[in-house]
Design a binder for this molecule. Structure first.
Ligand code: GYE
Length: 324
């Protein structure tokens, strides 16, 4: 099991950042009052996102990084404007979690022209020129989708007949929606009984999940399984299923991604069936990368977060210490 970073670890990251402690290159910048980091966040759509924002804020404080945080309300144009503002303010480094994958080349080129390094966190960008960002820190969403599909294949191994799957997808065009869908589809493709009969965008929110699921149930009262791209959508689906007098987790199986406290609680209660972990606590790793990039050290192009998956018993075991 991954452990949360200790206070000591956070202090060490802070010291490293402050001392610039690298063997390699000369410092790129030598800010007197700490590195200035401009961070553009997606929004506040889910428990995952709130935990992610908090983790970044805490880690910045602990590392002595001066954070300018902008929250984009799920709109790409707000993120583009925030990045332009960071450039005009000449921050030392920019990080952002792109709401959708494509459409970033121009603004990233502007950051590059201004000689401001950019770290992509959480969600990947689809750029034609990979020199436009220094590294990508985040989860492997394809692997998460695959874990969901593999559980389903295993769960219905001895079942004969069609299994009707409804997918409540994440934000259209976002990396987690695209890649979770792809990983899931890949994992179930050799089992013709497992059929995705309907898929719709639930916006990664509870209200979105509830609304989409209510619509699905009207059109397809015979759904067997829901694959929701995050816990919030899955918890919204639970409400919609209960509203038509069915039992979530029993009459309709539900798989979700994130493993937030609310998600794991519903899993422990038997209203969700399987939950894939997606870790939002990226703050300490991000500050470590910020420290390294701003002191000219070499960093890997891709940093993947360690993650697991939970069934009911595993959820009960970790819940008392769950941080998000
Ligand atoms: O799964 C969802 C959030 O990008 C990994 O965005 C993130 C996703 C996460 O809204 O809950």
């Amino acid at each position: 099991m991954r452990r949360p970073p200790t206070f000591l670890a956070l202090v060490l990251v802070g010291l490293l950042t402050a001392c610039g402690g690298g063997e390699d290159a000369a410092p790129r910048t030598t800010p007197e009052n700490g590195v200035r980091l401009g961070f553009s966040q997606v929004g506040a759509e889910s428990a995952w996102r709130l935990a992610n924002t908090q983790s970044i804020e805490h880690a910045a404080t602990n590392a002595g990084v001066r954070l300018d945080l902008r929250v984009a309300d799920g709109k790409q144009e707000n993120q583009t404007a925030a990045i332009r503002d960071f450039i005009s303010q000449k921050v030392d480094i920019i990080a952002f979690s792109p709401v959708v994958e494509s459409g970033w080349d121009k603004v990233l080129q502007e950051a590059k022209d201004a000689d401001i390094p950019v770290i992509v966190t959480d969600r990947m960008v689809d750029t034609t020129d990979t020199s436009l960002f220094t590294t990508m820190l985040g989860s492997d969403f394809t692997a998460e989708g695959r874990k969901a599909g593999e559980w389903l294949v295993e769960h219905y191994r001895d079942f004969n007949g069609a299994v009707r799957i409804a997918e409540i997808a994440g934000t259209t065009g976002s990396a987690p929606a695209n890649q979770r869908r792809a990983g899931f589809a890949d994992a179930i493709k050799d089992d013709p009984d497992l059929q995705v009969i309907v898929s719709r965008d639930g916006g990664f929110t509870r209200a979105g999940g509830e609304q989409v699921m209510a619509g699905f149930l009207q059109q397809h009262p015979d759904i067997d399984v829901v694959f929701a791209h995050n816990d919030d959508e899955g918890l919204g689906a639970v409400k919609a299923i209960e509203a038509v007098g069915k039992r979530p987790g029993q009459d309709i199986k539900i798989i979700t991604v994130d493993a937030s406290r609310d998600g794991l609680t519903a899993l422990a209660e038997g209203r969700l069936n399987y939950v894939i972990e997606c870790n939002p606590l990226l703050g300490p790793q991000l500050m470590e990368l910020v420290g390294k990039v701003t002191t000219g050290q070499t960093i890997p192009r891709r940093v993947v977060v360690d993650e697991t998956a939970f069934d009911r018993e595993a959820a009960k075991a970790v819940l008392p210490n769950r941080q998000y």
